[in-house]
Design a binder for this molecule. Structure first.
Ligand code: SAM
Length: 336
């Protein structure tokens, strides 16, 4: 992978990293011209900047599959910024002890503010907080709004403005000085109810889930519409061309099970319905199995989706088959 040098913040005395013989504060995850699928200079649909004390972490995770292809075709441009390059002491200190005492170290505010200011073209926090703003500066935090498919779609939609930009700030240690959340970031996002050692894995998760929803990133965009959690569609499968396209099957449920060749492997056979060519039976089997899997693994989702009369019938049948009752499957309330 070629790294493109960018100059450090003009006017600040940065102790820039020494990467590949060149001093850099930031580098773009870049490609050589023969890796680029299009040689055009068009503006990417989405710019993503990642602020981190471990820039090398990102060499790899964003270099495969859909994210790589989106970079190759110019749909996204990703730049990694080393927060240590925005320190001013010879030890390149990014953390300090917490005021008031307590465990661990806290990421200092200055390198983060200065790194963000060095990016250029990032709107003020006030502008970013306005409805329809094309940019978002996100602090990765276990205390943030939990990432889900709806939030991923919201962030991905920033690309539709043609000026979409997401900045991801990765915390470490005990966390980040709260002034980043209060005055710099416009939102905090958590990737789940658990504590990671740092925001880098979370940033990579956000890049992946947001990028694959940018139109053009996935070969067949319909496939992103029928995936687990995707709520924009009803439970109706569209019949397209030579069979059910499976579009819109999810409707906020978990995805239905998938099988491929061979039809029989070590005595395990794929469901007969999938090989008999009857599109209506396939559609109905997929819906029913999606409902069954959701009931089994994520019954909470059933409380949120709009179920059709057919769905209700399927569910009644599934519960009969499983000998379970929907009330039993409902998450237990502390009031019960
Ligand atoms: N003291 C913090 C707390 O209890 O919420 C945890 C700090 S954690 C060890 C260090 C950094 O990892 C955080 O600042 C954040 O950037 C990142 N992080 C931890 N858990 C995360 C999560 N679930 N989602 C996103 N980022 C997370």
């Amino acid at each position: 992978m070629v790294v493109r040098a960018r100059t450090a913040v003009p006017g600040t005395e940065c102790f820039a990293r020494h990467l590949g013989g060149q001093e850099r504060a930031s580098f773009a995850l870049d490609l050589t011209s023969d890796q680029r699928l299009t040689t055009n200079d068009r503006v990417p649909r989405m710019k993503i900047d990642i602020l981190t004390i471990f820039p090398d972490f990102f060499r790899g995770p964003l270099d495969y599959g859909i994210v790589r292809r989106a970079r190759e075709t110019g749909l996204v441009e990703i730049a990694i910024h080393d927060l240590r390059a925005f320190t001013k002491d010879k030890h390149r200190t990014v953390d300090d002890r917490p005021f008031g005492g307590g465990e661990g170290m806290v990421l200092k505010p200055e390198p983060i503010f200065e790194c963000l200011e060095s990016l250029g073209d990032v709107a003020s926090r006030e502008m970013r907080l306005r409805a329809g703003a094309p940019q978002s500066v996100i602090l990765l935090s276990a205390q943030g709004r939990r990432l889900d498919q709806t939030l991923a779609a919201e962030l991905s939609a920033l690309s539709q403005t043609g000026k979409g930009r997401i900045v991801l700030i990765c915390g470490r240690y005990e966390g980040v000085d709260e002034r980043i959340s209060e005055h710099l970031a416009d939102r905090e996002v958590s990737i789940g109810d658990y504590v990671l050692s740092g925001g880098e894995l979370g940033a990579a998760v956000i890049v992946d889930t947001v990028t694959r929803l940018i139109p053009g990133a996935v070969g067949n965009q319909n496939s992103t519409r029928q995936e687990s959690f995707t709520e924009s569609c009803s439970g109706q499968t569209e019949l397209a061309g030579d069979g059910p396209s499976s579009t819109c099957v999810s409707g906020g449920l978990l995805d239905y099970p998938h099988y491929t060749r061979p039809a029989e492997y070590r005595g395990m056979e794929v469901p007969e319905v999938l090989v008999n060519g009857n599109h209506e039976q396939i559609r109905s089997w997929r819906r029913k199995t999606a409902l069954a899997k959701t009931l089994r693994n994520r019954p909470d989702l059933l409380q949120r989706v709009r179920l059709t009369a057919e769905d209700e019938e399927f569910l009644a049948q599934i519960k009969l088959d499983q000998g379970t009752d929907r009330d039993e499957a409902r998450p237990v309330s502390t009031k019960d």
